[in-house]
Structures are given as C-alpha cells and as structure tokens.
Design a protein around this ligand. Sequence first.
Ligand code: KQY
Length: 356
Amino acid sequence: MPPEYSRHYGCVLIWPHRRDSWQYGAYAARKAFAELIGIISESEKVVVCARYEDYDSARKTLPDNVRVVEMSSDDSWARDVAPTLVTNGKTIRGIDWGFNAWGGLFDGLYFPWDKDNKIARKLCDLLDIDTYDKRDFILEGGSIHTDGEGTILTTEECLLGKGRNPHMTKAEIEIMLCRCLGAKKVIWLRRGIYNDETNGHIDNICAFTSPAEVVLAWTDNKKDPQYEISAECLEILQGSTDAQGRKIKVHKLPLPDPIHITEEECMGLDDMDGEPTRTPGERLAASYVNFYISNRAVIVPQFGDKNDSTAIDILKPLFPDRKVIGLQNSRNILIGGGNIHCITQQIPFFKQEELT
Ligand code: KQY
C-alpha cells in the first residue's frame, strides 16, 4: 500500500446526504466538502459519488473538472468504504474489505450499511481495477496508516474491538494486515481520540508524515481524558522501531480545546432510527491529525481555535514540497463524526496502459 504522501492519480469522495449525520439537509457540510474538493482538484483528479437524488446538487456545486458519478451510499465516508489500493509497481489492485458501519449490530453507527459495503467494488469496476475480495474481514481505511516501507499503524481499540473481527486473534489480524498491505510490521497504539465513535480510528490520532516520522494528537491538559490516551501513544511510539528498524520521530500536534455540539446543531440532525445521533453538549472527536495529503497540498481541519494556526505551523516544515492549507469550517464535517481524512480516499498513481 503506497503511503498517502506518494504521488496520487486522484481522490474519491461521496457527496453528503445522510440526515442524521449532516445537519440541516447537509447544507453546511456540502459547502465544506466543495471547498475541500476545489483544493484537492488543483493537483489531482477528483471523483465524487452522488446518489441519484443528490446528483444535481453535486454537479451544479462542483467545478467541471471534478467527475461526478451516480452511486448509492448510506453515508459519505470514502476513507472507510472506498477500496484500499495496493500496487506492486507495475499494476494496481483494490482491496474490497467488509464494511459494517463501524461495529455492525454490536456497536455500529447505522443500519443497514449494504450500500456502503458495495462501494469499493463499484469504484474498482468504474476505474477498471481488479479487486481482492476481502469482504470476510471487516476493516475501514481510517483504521490503518502506512509508511509505504513496510510499517502499518493502527489501534487495538478499533481492530481488536468486538464489533469487527471478534473471531480473530491479534496475531491473526496482524498477519492479515501484513499480507494484504504488503507490510512487515504493525505498530499497535492502544486507543484513539477520546469519544471517537469509530472506536478510535488511527487517522484521527496519529499519522505518518514521512517514513519514520509521525504526528500525534496532543494535549498538555492532564485533566482532559485525552491526556492519558495521548501519553500512552507517545510511550508506545517512542519504544517502537518501524519495519526498517528505525526509531520513530514523534511531533506533537496540539488538539483544539474540546469542542461540543450545540443545541442548534443537534436540531438540524434528523432522527433516522428512532433515537438522536447526538445530544447537545456531546464532545466531538476534533483533531488536526485528520488531514489529507494531496499531490501539492496538505489540507488541515480548522475549528476557529487558537491552535488552528499552531497546527499549520507544525505541519509546514514536515511537508516542504506541499502547501499546508487550513479548511475553515471543518466543524461542519466534524459534526458528522469525522473530518477531512475520513471523507477522502486517495487513488495512487498508476500507468493506465499497464492495466489494459
Ligand atoms: O471517522 C471516520 N472515518 C468516519 C466517521 C463516521 C461517523 C459516522 N457518523
């Protein structure tokens, strides 16, 4: 699996629509998605999947160079439902993992999820890419990060949880990850961001910025439950070497002050299964680590917090060949339960002629 900082062919997103994820008919979320898509499409191709009902909204909002295709979906988290693309340098294949809405009937976030579960295969067919059928293994793209040099980062909270592959041992899951992703070593952090409804996806707490270098979501506030979680991650990372035997350099990326959903925001979320998705005052899993690395930019969530600019300043020297750009109003994506990284999935660069 190539790392996100290697050259991309493009990026896939899904136009937001789900009434219990996106407040007020997804109006504000669509604006944030469109702004993000505009930035990404400056340096790589962008494919946006839109339901029949939302096709006109997506097509009229997005620039002409963005490809909009009709596709059914349950929600809009391309990171988790689009294929994980792997390459041997000559050809490319998509992994079609099983998807059960972050925990299935155990602690999943919605039911049914069958439309989302078909998206990986549909996208591979659309892009003329062969697939590996791994639907018997539940995995979301947001639960793994790779350095492209044999190391995978993940969390125990997510991959060892009861809602995904409870019949498998940690060792079996590790073998599965290494075999499917072409890796040699898995570094297991224990937990992800506090109150992250994905069961602690890695992509909200820690990310590779280059081989042997990561950013880790951080707070110095010992009273915040996040402190203990981040401190534990730091200890694990500092005590680990990567697949090449290198020590890992950790850059602390401060978190914004805790962000809580307001009454007005909750009012804009419709109930779809008889109970509200969120309650006023609930803490949202905000983190600057949830950025997307495009060919020429790193696009970073911004929350109107004093640490917005600090996060950008920390990331700039880590990506000297890219512009580091803040996406204002990322809060409108956060309300759905994730952020920029969660709604994007990169397609690595491949040579078309080698596919035919
Ligand atoms: O963070 C993600 N990768 C997805 C979040 C899903 C939240 C559903 N409400």
